[in-house]
Design a protein around this ligand. Structure first.
Ligand code: ADP
Length: 602
């Protein structure tokens, strides 16, 4: 990318809440250089259109509203989105639009960004939005890349960037093994803080460590230690409701003595009465300003790999994993990847293995894989065991005996592989150390952006085969390499594929959209639904959860209309539209493959 040399050093955590820890500074610099060396797009271009106003709000009313908010929370804390848009990269990411734009870069944009510095200022912002009828869109860090990044679903909405001024680790309790964080605390930051406190506690991090602990949990993201289900391991929330009222969930609903926080807020998730925490995940019912989490006490651990030679082994592998996971012999949620990922996780480009834009053939993948440390194989299983040295050894014996049933399977420890093999980074992630390595995938095509397609399938070989074949065929049809990563639990699989496209290639973007629309519909036809999706596909995905005349969505809409009668909070997020917008042409459905204009379509 022209001009990236001028960016200067990658910001560290000391300099910026969303920066990298010092231990990763050099690596971040190298990752960025590699990424930008495969960019042809300029850092930014002049804006084609004027500032995008919130829908139905006049310039005059917007100006008045902005003046009023500046008066309430400080003029430096309200920034208009009227400058050229900069996609940046993972660490230096924008809070103005979707950095991995799958539609025109200027389509999914905010009108302004607001930086509240306290819960009271979040409440003030929410009341302000109600007064002026301006939709707001909260983000914590805004690195939800592949799912929409920092972009609001409604162009011209105001992004509430909570992370910039609210990024404190409020509490780490060594005895209870728990913490309380504000929205802007990243995995990188929580990890570094715990190291400073010298406590024997792990965090649980996703593949990349730059996301916010709180934002990822409420979007129901996953990690890879035994505490990998982030929402399941939360304990207590503080939420600003769309009318500005403040609520605490769990034991936090009971005050502690003398105005303190309840002493069991981070001990017991459900407390008394309905468990309402869930309605604040993957929804638009509130803005979470504090959240508690359980932390895992550190333990011995051992990461390893099994490889399997044939594509056809897939079904048997899944059926072997099921009882091992159900009996909790497998220590974490393991990943099953196709060998093609061994190629792109090295940071090499597709052009290093293949000429042209067509997907790599199986023969090409085989030829390239044979020169790699794991050799010619099809499926690669990344697992980690936890406990004492003795218990890990005995678990591994059982696991080896099980996978040994697949002819030609091979077992590797980190010590069997070169220092730069991905297993070493995997071992860090699986023991709660946040890293950057997974970013190297993105070098695959020039100007890469990506979409995640993330359906859930039962952990049953036959079903896994059905969904896999359907996804393979759709990728072939639209000319994309398939990068399947399966997070396999005892009863369900998060089948996560990364659709990587060139942001400068309009045709490739259009094909990626068609691919998404088709796989969502085809999977739903078999009963497989997504656990999470990019903003622009949320209506379609939500529409597949339509049992009994869409009772589930009708229930969500009932809650939405009661909590948010003016429809100001993240309209359209997860397909939930408030009355003000519902049925007015904002929904993007299965046949909306042309998304050149995001707005009412009636
Ligand atoms: P990340 O933590 O990965 O950077 P984001 O901050 O982008 O992710 O959060 C993911 C999504 O979750 C956002 O797009 C937003 O819709 C929602 N979200 C994030 N933080 C909050 C919050 N504090 N309250 C309510 N919703 C939030």
């Amino acid at each position: 990318m022209a001009g990236h040399e001028a960016l200067g050093p990658v910001p560290t955590l000391d300099e910026k809440h969303s920066g990298t820890p010092k231990r990763l500074s050099k690596e971040a610099q190298e990752v960025r250089a590699r990424l930008f060396s495969n960019h042809t797009l300029p850092a930014s271009q002049p804006r084609k259109r004027a500032l995008r106003l919130p829908p139905g709000v006049s310039q005059e009313s917007f100006d008045t509203a902005v003046r009023e908010l500046r008066g309430a929370i400080g003029s430096g804390n309200v920034e208009l989105n009227d400058k050229p848009l900069v996609d940046g990269w993972y660490i230096e990411h924008p809070n103005t639009h979707d950095a991995y734009h799958i539609v025109d870069q200027e389509e999914l944009v905010s009108s302004a960004t607001v930086y509240p510095g306290s819960t009271e200022e979040v409440q003030a912002t929410v009341r302000w939005a109600n007064k002026f009828g301006i939709p707001i869109y909260p983000i914590s860090i805004g690195r939800n890349l592949g799912y929409g990044g920092a972009a609001p679903r409604i162009p011209g909405a105001v992004v509430v960037d909570l992370g910039r001024r609210m990024h404190k680790v409020l509490k780490v309790d060594g005895e209870n093994a728990s913490c309380v964080v504000e929205p802007g605390v990243t995995y990188f930051k929580l990890y570094e803080e715990i190291q400073k406190l010298n406590l024997p506690l792990w965090i649980d991090t996703p593949d990349l460590g730059g996301g916010s602990v709180l934002g990822n949990a409420i979007d129901r993201g996953v990690g890879y230690t035994p505490y990998g289900d982030h929402f399941a391991n939360h304990c207590g929330m503080e939420v600003v409701l769309p009318n500005g009222e403040l609520l605490r969930t769990g034991m936090g609903a009971m005050p502690g003595p003398n105005g303190t926080d309840n002493p069991t807020w981070q001990s017991f998730q459900h407390a008394f009465g309905p468990s309402i925490d869930g309605i604040f995940s993957q929804s638009n019912f509130g803005i979470v300003t504090k959240m508690g989490f359980h932390l895992m006490p550190e333990t011995e651990h051992q990461s390893y790999i099994f490889t399997f030679p044939r594509d056809e082994d897939f079904e048997q592998i899944v059926d072997i994993i099921r009882p091992l996971a159900q009996k909790r012999i497998l220590g974490n949620i393991p990943q099953l990847r196709h060998v093609i990922q061994e190629l792109n996780v090295t940071g090499k480009t597709k052009a290093d293995f293949h000429s042209g834009t067509q997907p790599m053939t199986r023969e090409e993948i085989r030829a390239a894989a044979s020169k790699m440390p794991l050799g010619d194989c099809s499926w690669v299983f990344y697992g980690t065991q936890y406990g004492t040295r003795e218990s890990i050894a005995s678990q591994l014996e059982t696991i080896k005996a099980s996978f040994g049933q697949v002819p030609g399977s091979k077992f590797y420890l980190p010590s069997d592989l070169p220092k730069d093999h991905y297993l070493h980074d995997r071992a860090l992630v699986c023991s709660g150390v946040p890293v950057l390595k997974e970013l190297d995938w993105l070098n695959w095509v020039p100007n890469a952006g990506h979409l995640f397609f993330s359906p859930i399938a039962p952990t049953r070989g036959k079903d896994a085969r059905t969904i896999h074949e359907l996804i393979v065929a759709a990728h072939k049809r639209h000319g994309f390499d398939l990068f399947p990563t399966l997070c396999v639990a005892g009863r369900e699989i998060h089948y996560i594929t990364n659709i990587i496209y060139n942001r400068a290639d309009a045709d490739m973007k259009a094909r990626a959209v068609r691919l998404m629309r088709e796989v969502i519909a085809e999977c739903a036809g078999k009963g497989f639904g997504e656990y999470r999706t990019h903003l622009l596909f949320a209506d379609q995905v939500a529409g597949t959860y339509n049992w009994n005349d869409s009772a589930f969505m009708r229930f969500n809409e009932t809650i939405k209309d009661v909590l948010d009668p003016n429809g100001i909070l993240a309209p359209g997020r997860n397909g939930i539209w408030p009355k003000r917008f519902r049925g007015k042409g904002w929904e993007l459905k299965a046949d909306d493959t042309d998304m050149s204009k995001i707005g009412p379509r009636l």
